[in-house]
Design a protein around this ligand. Sequence first.
Ligand code: FAD
Ligand code: 2HG
Ligand code: ZN
Length: 479
Amino acid sequence: MPDTSAASPTPPGLLDALAALLGPRGLLTAPEDLEPHLADWRALYRGATPCVIRPADTAELAAAVKLCASAGVPMVPQGGNTSMVGGATPDESGRQVVVSLARLNRIRAIDPVDMTMTAEAGVVLKAAQNAAADSGCLFPLSLGAEGTATIGGVLSTNAGGNTTVRYGNARELMLGLEVVLPDGQIWDGLRRLRKDNTGYALRHLFTGAEGTLGFITAAVLRMYPRPRDTALAFCAVADEDAALALFRRFRDRDESAVRAFEYMSGTGVDFCLTHIEGITLPVQARADHYVLVDLASPRPDAGLRDMAESLLGEAMEAGEVLDAVLAESEAQAQKLWKIREEHPEAQKREGASVKSDVSVPVSRVPEMIRRCSADLRKLIPGSRPVPFGHIGDGNIHMNLEQPPGMDPAAFLARSHDIMDCVNAVVREMDGSFSAEHGIGRLKTDMMPDWRGGAELDTMRRIKTALDPWGLMNPGKVFP
Ligand code: FAD
Ligand code: 2HG
Ligand code: ZN
């Protein structure tokens, strides 16, 4: 059994053995090289590590994992390090080794007949999308961090994003996996089968496990026909109910065409107008609520623009839509999407904010936004609720911005009160406290309350079976 006592430093000889195995490109130890790997995107955590391992391929990773495992050294998988919950950051002990998958960045195969792509874990999501497009197909997963987030990261968090409403979460876009287990064994499950009922679906265990069960090194991804007709509308809507009513109009007319349907508050759009260059308000007058309706179809004659005009006209007559703009070009469509995508960055620049990535049944979203906003304003007078996100999935980022002028640290000290305030409403509605970002380090203390009893117990048994020494991403997911 390896020595896993918290007090033990990096075992002598391990760094030399890793250096001999991985070469200078595969092992970073200089402080300036470690720096980008130590903190998370939100700057919630800052850890320490003796080194960053950057293997060139699966076999090298497996050999490095064997070395670390036999030395009892904990390992933290890291992809693009865009986690919203501190999932890829080492702790402060200085014992946890960061394992970056960045050099496993090959697209091994693309098959437009099977509609599959075999991509390594370090392939950046945007690169996977581009590779699919080059082969005349679509890899539909899309999120604000797609220029940095990796295939290994999106699968390990079962990321959602903007197109879940049409194509599902990352899990639904994955057919097979290759994994390096915590003891260094390689499991080759890179099957590209649509049907494969052969015992436990291990691939689904590693998806969403946030690096606590092993390293995803490659995946078979599912592609779709590329869109040949698109339409995009940015709408000012009367209220939260009108946003949902508009979603239903589009969904009920042609569910398969609704690629994304995103809600934004007036406050969030105001922040984007203030802080992000190149953003202008596309509609005539400011509103308290907006939605972005993104339509796409593989049929060139789908007539999506006509459909959008007709449904928006009906919605205006019904008083749901106050004003709307349809993109006239791809460039304008991108500009409209930018307003939505820059919400996290604009919130960051406005000051301190606390995020609550929650979901409720779609029908309850308007009530949830209203109740949470009212409760949050009461909890911290002057604070500014900034709800936005994936209304079609019932997943709203029920975020709260600090009151202007308040000390950011004093506001952040209330983080848990703020999240509890939102979660209390969400719980009453049979929702979830973690819709798409995962648990990471941030939400481990919520697990017993929300997923306690048989559920957490079963998760622990699975964890112990696969990682008996607790070396994989310790301090994440489990309290
Ligand atoms: P990392 O942050 O590096 O890691 C995430 C977790 O996965 C960690 O626990 C890590 O240990 C583990 N991990 C990473 N790679 C592997 C691997 N190969 N094997 C095993 N474990 C691994 N998320 C959404 O779901 N929807 C959104 O719309 C969305 N928008 C975002 C917008 C912005 C601006 C930002 C900064 C983040 C956003 N996120 C979103 C969160 C984040 O991008 C996702 O969680 C993404 O899936 C993380 O990918 P990554 O490669 O950066 O993973
Ligand atoms: C998004 O939908 C991401 O843009 C980030 O999930 C959400 O910043 C957030 O709270
Ligand atoms: Zn989101």
